[in-house]
Design a protein around this ligand. Structure first.
Ligand SMILES: [Zn+2]
Length: 481
C-alpha cells in the first residue's frame, strides 16, 4: 500500500513538473513574453516648484521675426497681371488676370481668409474665375476654393492629388485632423500657455470631405492650356507631396511653385506624416532653376524676383536637400543607427548660413529621421526591438530600482533648473510610463516641453511642444502657472 501511495505521489510530481516545463519552454498563447507584470510604483508626492514661464531667446527670435515679416497680410503686385495674396492665413493665393478671365492658384486653409482675399482681388478685377489650380492637396492650398468658384470654373490638379485628398479627407481623415491640430499647437488649448505671437494658421479642425472642391481636370505628367492669350504650362513636380505640380507662364517668365520652395530649410519629412519624395524634391528644384524664371511665386513666404537670384536660391535649396539625403543614405549603408545618423548629418557650412535655409519651418534632424524611416524598415537589427514588452515593464523596474518616483523627479527638478529640458522630459516619461496616473511628472514634463518649444525657433516644433505640453497638463489636471 505504501508503495502504491508513493507511486501515486511520484506520478503527481512528474505530471506537475511536465506541465511546468512545458509552460516554460513552449508558449501555448503564442506571444507571452514574461511570466509576471512588474508592480506599479506609487505616485510621486514631491513638492514641485515650476520654473518661471519661458521666453523666446534672441537666437530664436531672429528666425521667427523673419517668418512673421513674411506673413504680414499683403496683396503684392508681381507684374501687371499677376498678384499674390500672402499673410492672410498660412497659405497664400495667386491670381493671374487675362483678357478672358482669371486663373487662381491655391486658395488657403480658410474660407474666411479666402473671402478677405477675394474682396481685395475684386477691387482689382471683376472678371470671372475660369480656372483654379491646386499646387497640391494639402489643406492650406485647397480649403478656400468654394469662395473663388464661378459657374464654369474648372479645377486643375494632378491625378495623384485626387488620391492624396481621398486619403487626407477620407480613410485617414480622423488621424489627419488630429495630427494637424497637434502640429499647429491647437490641442487642449485650455491647458496651453498663451501664444507668444499671433498665429497665422486659420484652420478649421472640423473639416470634412464634404467641404472640399474636387478637381475637374486631372493629368499625369503635364497639362497645357491658353486663356486670353496667356500660355499656362503645368508640370507634375514631386517634392512636398507626391501629387505636387508647378505652373509655368513661359511668356511672362513667372513660375508658381506651391511648397517646393519657401523661406526656410524645407520640411522634408513632417514628423507625423508619411515619407515625402525627397529625391523628387531636389530634382524638381533643379528643374525649376533651369526654367529661367524672372518671378518665383511660392505658396508661402515672399516672392523672389530676378533670374539670377531665383536660379541661385533654387539651386542652393536643391543642393541642401540633396546633401542631407545623400549623407543620410551613406549613414544607412554604413550601418549607423538613425540616432547616429541624426548626430552625423549636417547641412554644409556654406548653406547653413544662408537666410533662405534657416531651420524655421523644416529641420535637418527631422529630415534625417524621415529619410531613414522612408528608405528602411522599422526594425533596427539589434534584437530588443523585434518584439518589445509594453514600455511600462522596464520603466517600472527602473523606477523601483531608483528608489521610487520621488527620487527620479527630484533629480529631474534639478536638471530643469539647469536648463536640461529634454533630459527632464525623458526622465518624466519613464515615471509616467511606470504609472500613468502620475501627475507631478506630467506637470514637470509639460513645463520643460514649453521651454523646448520657445527655444526651438521653429514654428512646427513650437506647435508640437505646445500641444504635447497641453495634453500632459490636461492628463494631470493642472493649468499652466
Ligand atoms: Zn503649404
Amino acid at each position: 500500500m505504501f508503495y502504491k501511495i508513493l507511486a501515486f505521489f511520484q506520478f503527481i510530481l512528474i505530471a506537475v513538473l511536465v506541465v511546468l516545463l512545458a509552460g516554460h519552454y513552449i508558449s501555448f498563447g503564442g506571444s507571452s513574453l514574461v511570466v509576471r507584470e512588474p508592480g506599479m510604483p506609487g505616485e510621486s508626492t514631491l513638492n514641485y516648484t515650476p520654473p518661471p514661464p519661458p521666453t523666446i531667446p534672441l537666437s530664436a527670435l531672429g528666425k521667427i521675426r523673419e517668418m512673421k515679416e513674411a506673413f504680414a497680410p499683403t496683396i503684392s503686385k508681381i507684374t501687371d497681371n499677376i498678384y499674390y495674396a500672402s499673410g492672410y492665413a498660412l497659405g497664400g493665393v495667386q491670381i493671374v488676370i487675362t483678357d478672358e478671365g482669371l486663373v487662381i492658384i491655391d486658395t488657403t486653409e480658410s474660407m474666411d481668409a479666402a473671402r478677405e482675399i477675394w474682396t481685395e482681388f475684386r477691387k482689382i478685377t471683376d472678371k470671372p474665375v475660369k480656372y483654379i489650380i491646386y499646387t497640391h492637396g494639402h489643406v492650406d492650398h485647397i480649403v478656400g476654393a468654394p469662395v473663388f468658384m464661378g459657374p464654369d470654373t474648372q479645377v486643375i490638379a494632378t491625378a495623384d492629388c485626387v488620391d492624396f485628398m481621398k486619403k487626407d479627407f477620407g480613410w485617414l481623415a480622423e488621424f489627419q485632423r488630429r495630427s494637424r491640430k497637434i502640429q499647429s499647437g491647437a490641442m487642449d488649448t485650455d491647458y496651453a500657455r498663451p501664444l507668444p505671437m499671433e498665429s497665422k494658421v486659420r484652420l478649421s479642425h472640423t473639416l470634412t470631405i464634404d467641404d472640399i472642391v474636387w478637381p475637374t481636370i486631372t493629368f499625369d505628367q503635364e497639362y497645357f492650356f491658353e486663356l486670353g492669350g496667356k500660355k499656362f504650362e503645368i508640370y507634375h513636380t514631386t517634392g512636398e507631396t507626391p501629387d505636387h505640380l508647378m505652373v509655368w507662364m513661359p511668356e511672362d517668365k513667372a513660375l508658381f511653385c506651391g511648397d517646393l520652395y519657401y523661406l526656410s530649410f524645407p520640411n522634408l519629412h513632417s514628423p507625423m506624416l508619411e515619407p515625402r519624395p525627397v529625391r523628387g524634391w531636389y530634382e524638381s528644384l533643379e528643374r525649376m532653376a533651369a526654367m529661367g524664371a524672372e518671378y518665383l511665386i511660392p505658396g508661402h513666404s515672399q516672392a523672389l524676383f530676378g533670374e539670377e537670384e531665383i536660379r541661385e536660391t533654387l539651386l542652393a535649396h536643391a543642393e541642401g536637400i540633396k546633401s542631407v539625403f545623400d549623407q543620410t543614405i551613406a549613414c544607412i549603408n554604413q550601418g549607423l543607427t538613425v540616432d547616429e545618423a541624426v548626430d552625423k548629418v549636417k547641412l554644409p557650412e556654406h548653406l547653413a548660413s544662408r537666410k533662405h535655409l534657416q531651420e524655421a519651418y523644416g529641420r535637418v534632424d527631422w529630415s534625417v529621421r524621415g529619410i531613414y524611416q522612408g528608405e528602411t524598415g522599422w526594425y533596427d537589427g539589434h534584437g530588443t526591438g523585434l518584439s518589445p514588452l509594453p514600455p511600462a515593464y522596464a520603466s517600472r523596474e527602473l523606477v523601483q530600482l531608483a528608489g521610487g518616483a520621488d527620487k527620479i523627479l527630484a533629480r529631474a527638478m534639478e536638471l530643469q533648473k539647469a536648463g536640461e529640458h529634454q533630459l527632464v522630459a525623458e526622465l518624466c516619461d519613464a515615471v509616467i510610463k511606470a504609472n500613468p496616473n502620475e501627475k507631478v511628472a506630467r506637470a514637470m514634463k509639460a513645463d520643460s516641453l514649453d521651454y523646448l518649444g520657445y527655444q526651438s525657433g521653429n514654428l512646427n516644433m513650437f506647435g508640437f511642444y505646445r500641444s504635447a505640453a497641453a495634453m500632459e497638463r490636461k492628463a494631470a489636471g493642472v493649468k499652466p502657472e
